[in-house]
Design a protein. Structure first.
Length: 147
């Protein structure tokens, strides 16, 4: 298992047992991708925001499941309550992660925009595997991050 860096994606499920799958590399690239994908709507010109725009508008890939995430650290009861709303159905998340990974690998423009994040497709496939595992166990899944 790779020790998480300062920035890491945390994947939790409601399954009774712990998911045996893990990231085999630094998950920070996924955190950066989902953060910049979220900022695409605000006009961000970062390459990852541009990649999200291509995925959403040109390739018609639903990024919503990947954009359902929150800071793992809460400082108030309101933030704790908001964190509880982040649980989601794992199947759409798995599909979205898998489609984004494939699109990055097969679309020259996306490869160009994500060149500084070469392990992103593999991390997304690992996330898809975790989501598949959660679905097989009838569990919900939640994405949070630490920076």
């Amino acid at each position: 298992m790779t020790e998480p860096g300062a920035t890491a994606l945390i994947v939790e499920t409601t399954a009774e047992e712990e998911c045996p799958l893990e990231f085999f590399g630094d998950s920070a690239d996924v955190v950066y991708f989902i953060s910049f994908a979220h900022s695409d709507r605000y006009g961000s010109r970062h390459p990852l925001s541009q990649a999200a725009g291509v995925l959403k508008r040109q390739l018609q890939i639903n990024l919503s499941p990947l954009l359902t995430f929150a800071d793992a650290r809460t400082e108030s009861r309101d933030e704790e309550r908001a964190l509880e709303t982040m649980w989601q159905d794992p199947s759409p998340l798995a599909e979205s992660a898998r489609l984004v990974a494939a699109a990055i690998e097969w679309t020259p423009r996306l490869r160009e925009l994500t060149v500084d994040f070469p392990e992103l497709p593999e991390r997304l496939r690992e996330l898809a595997g975790m989501a598949d595992w959660a679905a097989e166990h009838g569990a919900k899944i939640r994405l949070t991050y630490v920076i």
